[in-house]
Design a protein around this ligand. Structure first.
Ligand code: AMP
Length: 190
């Protein structure tokens, strides 16, 4: 089972992804987390990504595709995956489809969170105060939202056209409430 999870910054995607991971026994793979770990380690990839991430821009497709390829082709990695933050562009989506096809897999579902922009900005500025993430400044937040709207819509359309189930989830509300909406969509009807 391969699921993809999409949501604008601050939509609660990371929190819900962790819940979906444990409930549906999927391995959660967040490209944002992987890149932040590379930055923290000071690796070559981290050095290349740091400035781009700080500005709220996307790292180059070939860089992120190589990282994901390395993980998906690793026989030690489970083939039940929840991909979070990838694919972000059509080029990444096409590369992912190819990688999965090589292994005889395909994306089974896509979850997309819907949250009004005003709620998102408020949540992100709160997170900036609590966690101090380098890309949670007002400028970077605005840039990431712009980038999300501009690019992700075409990725969702790509999967709709391929006949992959795209489930839109209202991301406003308590964590449990939002998770319940997801569970109802993903659990097979009794
Ligand atoms: P996230 O934690 O998913 O919000 O990602 C944080 C940052 O990492 C993004 O703003 C991008 O700079 C970078 N990033 C994460 N995933 C990708 C991706 N699939 N393509 C390009 N850049 C990415």
């Amino acid at each position: 089972m391969i699921g993809l999870i999409f949501g604008p910054p601050g939509s609660g995607k990371g929190t819900q992804a962790a819940r979906i991971e444990s409930k549906f026994k999927l391995s959660h793979l967040s490209t944002g987390d992987i890149l932040r770990a590379e930055v923290a380690r000071g690796s070559e990839i981290g050095k290349e990504a740091e400035r781009i991430m700080r500005a709220g821009d996307l790292v180059p497709d070939d860089l992120i595709i190589r990282i994901v390829q390395g993980i998906i082709r690793d026989p030690k990695v489970s083939s039940d995956l929840l991909l979070d933050g990838f694919p972000r562009t059509l080029e990444q989506a096409r590369a992912l489809d190819e990688m999965l096809a090589e292994e005889g897999h395909r994306a089974d579902f896509v979850i997309a969170f819907e949250v009004p922009e005003g709620v998102l900005v408020e949540r992100l500025l709160h997170r900036a105060a609590v966690e101090g993430r380098a890309d949670d400044t007002r400028e970077a937040i605005t840039e990431r939202m712009h980038e999300y709207r501009a690019l992700t819509a075409s990725v969702l359309d790509h999967y709709r056209k391929k006949g992959v189930r795209v489930v839109q989830i209202d991301g406003v509300g308590e964590i449990d409430e939002v998770f319940e909406r997801i569970r109802k969509e993903l659990e097979p009807a009794p």
